[in-house]
Design a protein around this ligand. Structure first.
Ligand code: SAH
Ligand code: SF4
Length: 383
């Protein structure tokens, strides 16, 4: 079996080259071909010695994920459904904005945390993605989009680990994938523009701060343990006080001087003015100094099995105002790609139920899937 080079960060690729009897620095050239130029064919790597190319052909491959579907929303949002084998599929979503291009990436097929308001949670856990499967989402999207949008420069400027799965429950695959995203020879993303979102796996938050500090989003969703226990079952293991302690510790390493708290607005459940007041007290008083934070209120994406409904917009605005009036920067997430069910955090949908995916595909505009030509971005400015 050949090695899939998408599985390696730069260090791993250097070890691999060394194993082939090559100098470690060859890995840099190879890494750039793969990630900066989207190459998948060794013959194309003209500045690599022929002898190395021949060795690579017999011992390695560059293999992305196969695509089950691609949907493009009228607002430019694009959602891909990738096959990860054995009936499992994961999604990635590209969200274009004026000043940035964000890719929402999955870390697991399914999720073991089982949050009440999350369709991925309702599917249960299937398996961890490998580093290569995490990286492949970005590798494919970036090089596909350069072709699709006819751009020479980098299209994806931000990555959010907010697709399917709990990234901090797949830590060993996550960290090398983050390193590929951050590497100057890879995607060159700044630490501030790569966000890991977690439901609160406290010990792994500490490790991330040490190993690979990137921007952190914490899915809070409730201002007290009783309510959070019922929405995010992981809270029973790591209750709010421990979670907020971990946030404070993370801030010492974080590339930003705040934690983003995500808060999914559930009608009549966690969206009352009283909840907003409790939140203010919680984040202000914690540990005496409080936690430096911003709030991102997420309109709930309903799905039938949840038995929950989206808070009316008026209530969301009123809730946001209470937080803002207390001096806490608060944003309300814009819903994007609504017509293709692509809102971040609602990615998994009916992934396992292919029939429903099929039905939806029939209703939506299905964009022809174009393979990224070898060296799609060859000749582009490397950044
Ligand atoms: N497991 C991680 C990251 C993936 S979920 C986490 O929980 O943070 C990304 C975000 O989407 C989380 O804030 C999650 O709470 C939110 N989310 C999940 N289901 C949602 C839904 N149905 N509507 C709106 N947001 C949802
Ligand atoms: Fe898992 Fe995040 Fe969904 Fe909770 S919200 S079930 S942690 S993916």
């Amino acid at each position: 079996m050949t090695a899939n080079l998408l599985e390696f960060d730069q260090q791993g690729l250097a070890d691999f080259c060394e194993g082939l009897g090559e100098k470690r620095f060859r890995a840099t050239q190879l890494f750039r071909w793969i990630h900066q130029r989207g190459a998948r064919d060794f013959d194309q790597m003209s500045d690599l010695a022929r002898s190395l190319r021949e060795k690579l052909k017999t011992s390695a491959r560059i293999e992305g994920l196969s695509i089950l579907s691609q949907h493009e929303s009228t607002d430019g949002t694009i959602k891909w459904l990738f096959d990860v084998g054995k009936g499992d599929a994961v999604e990635a979503v590209f969200i274009p904005e004026d000043d940035r291009g964000t890719l929402c990436v999955s870390s697991q097929a399914g999720c073991a945390v089982g949050c009440r308001f999350c369709s991925t949670g309702h599917q249960g856990f299937s398996r961890n993605l490998t580093t290569g499967e995490i990286v492949a989402q970005l590798w494919f999207a970036e090089h596909f989009l350069r072709c699709h949008l006819q751009r020479d420069d980098r299209v994806i400027s931000n990555v959010v680990m907010m697709g399917m799965g709990e990234p901090l429950q797949n830590y060993s695959a996550l960290v090398p994938a983050l390193r590929v995203m951050l590497s100057d020879h890879g995607y060159g993303l700044s630490r501030r523009r790569v966000t890991v979102s977690t439901s609160g796996v406290v010990p792994m938050m500490d490790r991330l701060g040490q190993d690979c500090p990137v921007a952190l989003a914490v899915s809070l969703h409730a201002p007290n343990d009783q309510l959070r226990d019922s929405l995010v079952p992981l809270n029973r293991k790591y209750p709010l006080a421990e979670l907020l302690d971990a946030c404070q510790r993370y801030l010492a390493y974080a590339p930003r001087d705040f934690i983003t708290f995500e808060y999914c607005m559930l009608d009549g459940v966690n969206d009352q003015p009283e909840h907003a007041r409790q939140l203010i007290e919680l984040v202000r008083q914690h540990g005496g100094t409080g936690v430096s934070c911003k709030f991102n209120l997420i309109p709930f994406n309903p799905f039938p099995q949840s038995g929950l409904t989206r808070s009316p917009h008026k209530e969301v605005l009123a809730f946001a105002k209470i937080l803002s009036d207390a001096g806490i920067v608060t944003t309300v997430r814009k819903t994007r790609g609504d017509d293709i069910d692509a809102a971040c955090g609602q990615l998994a949908g009916d992934v396992r139920d292919r029939t429903r995916v099929g039905e939806r595909m029939a209703r939506q505009r299905v964009v022809k899937i174009t393979q990224v030509p070898v060296g799609a971005s060859a000749g582009s400015k490397e950044n």
